[in-house]
Design a protein around this ligand. Structure first.
Ligand code: SAH
Length: 347
């Protein structure tokens, strides 16, 4: 019997209202329950104190409330927090809280594992096990918001989809989660504070532009030369740079929102002038900025961070061409919470 119960958080607000009407109740009751489920993150029907006991019993007979559970929380010496998050089917994903003096950022996962095959990323080694549901994405954000209030005395200010998975390969669920995060009945956060990071799926970038979600876009570029990019990110064979560039032009024409490129400089792979020049040329397509990110080693040393001189060379060439560039230091390395290190090691 138990297994037949539906996950109540899979229902939209409208569906929940319709359910109540079908039970001879008011649609308003659906709105009340919806608020409990999302804004107040109720874990049980008993908590819904403005709903009659009878109605709560009826809900319990028909539905379950699935919730993530923060299984293990690790704190880095730099303040970064990593949560190992248990899902209702016992799979685990990770999310990270990154504190800075001005903001706290939640880095959340969108899939268990990842279907892309970036050679330098620990998550890719897990393969894709399944997509996360909207509530599982939303709950990660709520957990980090609570930790931010508890440990840093302020609410969460930003969200980046840079945890495990490729958000644009789980588009519908990610967008449903964004809708909840930004809606009044959810967390009421501004979409401008949400960044979706993608390895670059052209068709989905266009869809994101069409859907006018008003969120920010980051692209993990790492090379602007097809042959090199295909070596380190094999799916580039299917989605070559030409298609990516065209999709980004489409994105900018529709949204007027500047794109961020994530870029790692590796020894012997892209630490040369030709590679930097190719990046400069790629950057001319649409207004953008470049984040040069530090490589976090995950394997036997095949990939190695390039020298400081190589990074400087990139920085100078980009700046000379009027492109904004920042060099981003990794956070939370000591607890495997840095970019590309999320592979459920703590679990
Ligand atoms: N799939 C999405 C989001 C997850 S990865 C994407 O590719 O954008 C988040 C960022 O970490 C990406 O820019 C990714 O390229 C980078 N990354 C992956 N492995 C890394 C590693 N070992 N060291 C540093 N950054 C890494």
């Amino acid at each position: 019997m138990k297994n037949n119960k539906k996950d109540i958080r899979a229902l939209t607000k409208k569906q929940l209202q319709e359910f109540f009407v079908s039970q001879g109740d008011k649609s308003f009751r659906g709105s009340q329950v919806y608020e409990w489920l999302w804004n107040k993150s109720a874990h049980t029907f008993e908590e819904m104190t403005n709903i009659s006991k009878e109605t709560r019993e009826m809900l319990k007979e028909n539905f379950v409330i699935n919730h993530i559970r923060v299984d293990q929380m690790q704190r880095s010496s730099d303040g970064t927090i990593k949560n190992a998050v248990k899902l209702h089917d016992s799979l685990t994903v990770e999310s990270v809280l990154i504190p800075t003096p001005k903001r706290t950022t939640a880095c959340v996962s969108s899939q268990v594992g990842c279907s892309l095959d970036c050679q330098f990323c620990a998550t890719a080694k897990l393969k894709r096990m399944r997509n996360l549901n909207p509530d599982e994405i939303y709950d990660q954000v709520v957990a980090i918001d609570n930790e931010s209030r508890l440990y840093f005395d302020k609410p969460l200010s930003n969200i980046v989809f840079m945890g495990m998975g490729e958000p644009l390969m789980n588009y519908n669920n990610v967008m449903k989660a964004v809708e909840k995060i930004t809606s009044k009945e959810g967390l009421g956060m501004s979409p401008k504070r949400i960044t979706i990071s993608t390895s670059g799926v052209p068709k989905m970038i266009k869809k994101l532009a069409d859907d006018e979600a008003k969120i920010k876009l980051a692209v993990s570029l790492h090379s602007a030369i097809d042959e090199v990019r295909t070596q380190i990110m094999p799916f580039n064979e299917t989605f070559p740079l030409k298609d990516l560039k065209e999709a980004l032009e489409y994105w900018y024409a529709k949204t007027q929102s500047r794109i961020t490129y994530e870029y790692i400089v590796w020894k012997g792979i892209n630490d040369n002038r030709a590679a930097a020049q190719a990046l400069v040329d790629f950057c001319k397509a649409v207004p953008c900025k470049v984040n040069l990110i530090e490589y976090n080693p995950i394997d036997d040393g095949h990939f190695q961070q390039a020298s400081a001189e190589a990074t400087d060379m990139y920085q100078k060439m980009l700046e000379k061409n009027g492109i904004t560039v920042t060099v981003r230091r990794s956070r939370g390395k000591d607890i495997d919470a840095a970019c590309g290190q999320l592979a459920n090691k703590s679990a």
